[in-house]
Design a protein around this ligand. Structure first.
Ligand SMILES: C[S@@+](CC[C@H](N)C(=O)[O-])C[C@H]1O[C@@H](n2cnc3c(N)ncnc32)[C@H](O)[C@@H]1O
Length: 271
């Protein structure tokens, strides 16, 4: 059954605001893989579980057409509201039933999304729509996240860990798929030409406000918010105050180093 954790309008707005674009390192890795395996032309890229479109937009420079697909109407509405990408379109739909002809897609991606899919049905559909030598690139980050600021040492990480412990009971078992870096899904891909890169550490500078906003986008935070709205809101307020206090600053615009560890599953459909 399709996971319905991203349906609410306010959740989609948070996604648009606080989810970041895939890092250039990862995009380059995927495009180089596609070039090596299939080469040009790059006609059609399809991004599954596209959310509010961050990965789709970053692909538009490299493909004639990009299509983003998501099961959530709210996410697609937010994605469509971003102007300026004439070769990008969106469809509400599922990764398990793709409305593309056999052998028509050059690159199929899923950013932070493949762990939500029904693996068997998705892989079968992916193999159907990819062109010969077309590629699959499934990426995301697991639970490794670190925050650094000047001499704060590990104290900011301890605060972050405490938040994650509170959210643990609200965490869907599907999230384990991302935390295990899609190991099971990778093994289920029935072709020999595949690889799984487990660690691509990426450091970016984010404001405290963005870090808190990013936590708000987590499906487990949204589940907590539904179960206990005042406790969930208080958790974010308390966390913001603790972070400011540890950093000895007063503005939530202050930047910290935020380190994520991406993973990426790559596969190439045989001729
Ligand atoms: C964690 S979000 C990631 C969104 C976006 N790719 C990003 O990186 O910010 C996962 C997305 O996958 C979508 N999703 C979950 N299951 C799906 C399915 N079976 N088919 C299509 N989309 C799905 C959700 O609606 C949600 O928008």
């Amino acid at each position: 059954m399709t996971a319905r954790m991203f349906e609410e309008k306010q959740h989609a707005s948070l996604y648009q605001k606080y989810r970041f674009d895939p890092p250039d390192e990862l995009k380059d890795l995927i495009l180089q893989y596609l070039d090596k395996k299939k080469g040009k032309p790059h006609q059609l890229a399809v991004d599954l579980g596209c959310g509010t479109g961050q990965n789709c937009r970053s692909l538009t420079k490299y493909f004639e057409q990009v299509v983003g697909i998501d099961v959530s109407e709210s996410q697609i509405a937010e994605a469509r509201a971003v102007p300026g990408f004439p070769n990008l379109s969106y469809r509400v739909g599922t990764a398990e039933e793709l409305s593309f002809p056999d052998g028509s897609v050059d690159l199929l991606t899923a950013a932070n999304a493949a762990h939500w899919f029904d693996a068997e049905r998705f892989i079968k559909e992916a193999m159907r729509v990819l062109k010969p030598n077309g590629c699959l690139a499934l990426f995301g980050y697991g639970d490794y996240m670190k925050i650094h600021y000047e001499s704060c040492g590990d104290r900011l990480n301890d605060i972050y860990e405490e938040v994650m412990q509170i959210l643990l009971p609200y965490t869907s078992s599907k999230v384990n798929g991302a935390n295990s870096k899609l190991k099971d899904l990778f093994e289920a891909i029935p072709i020999p030409d595949k690889e799984r890169i487990e660690s691509i550490p990426i450091k970016q500078q984010l404001s405290i406000k963005t870090v808190i906003g990013f936590i708000q986008t987590f499906s487990m935070y949204q589940a907590y918010l539904r179960a206990d709205p005042s406790a969930a809101t208080a958790l974010l307020e308390r966390t913001t105050s603790r972070i400011l206090e540890e950093m000895k600053v007063s503005s939530t615009e202050t930047k910290v180093d935020f380190i994520l560890e991406y993973f990426c599953v790559l596969a190439c459909k045989p001729e």
